[in-house]
Design a protein around this ligand. Sequence first.
Ligand code: COA
Length: 160
Amino acid sequence: VIRRATLDDAAALAELGARTFHDAFDTHNQIENVDAYVARTYGERQQREEIASPDGATVVAEEEGRLIAFAQLRRVDDAVELARFYVDQRWHGRGVAQSLMAAVYDAARELGSHRLWLGVWEHNARAIAFYAKYGFRGTGSHPFLLGSDLQTDRIMEIGL
Ligand SMILES: CC(C)(COP(=O)(O)OP(=O)(O)OC[C@H]1O[C@@H](n2cnc3c(N)ncnc32)[C@H](O)[C@@H]1OP(=O)(O)O)[C@@H](O)C(=O)NCCC(=O)NCCS
């Protein structure tokens, strides 16, 4: 089931967000930097605020009542940023990401934008390949601070 998150999802979303972030980035980064980012980003209170924001959207995928993937969008001026897009490791390569992306396009249009962009770590080859497969094109790069590590994100975008 793919649906919009409600406030009741905040705790599960905080847990899934922290776990999928660690799974994706612990191997190639210093753990203090990952911990610092996760602590700031995935608390339950933070998730409640993001779910409730009128300038954003949180979309979740669930299987038998458990969250297995989520995406978070935020509107900035005339564009929408796909700020987070994470699938539980056990569900990689099984089509969940594809269904979630279709729901993301709908949510971005509902936020009133025909331009969706994202930043993805330059070394995250699987995610870059995934986004390219769904029509995102590279348009530049920007700095991204993971804890105290200044990294480079590729900017990719798609017209809807
Ligand atoms: C990024 C993510 C959402 C993609 O979902 P997915 O179900 O894994 O997507 P796919 O299996 O379709 O993989 C996308 C493409 O990556 C490529 N790919 C697969 N495994 C790869 C690997 N280990 N290294 C590099 N590229 C890989 C393939 O080209 C694949 O497409 P294809 O199999 O149709 O040729 C998912 O892997 C994920 O949640 N990763 C961890 C979190 C993350 O990095 N999120 C993005 C943050 S910006």
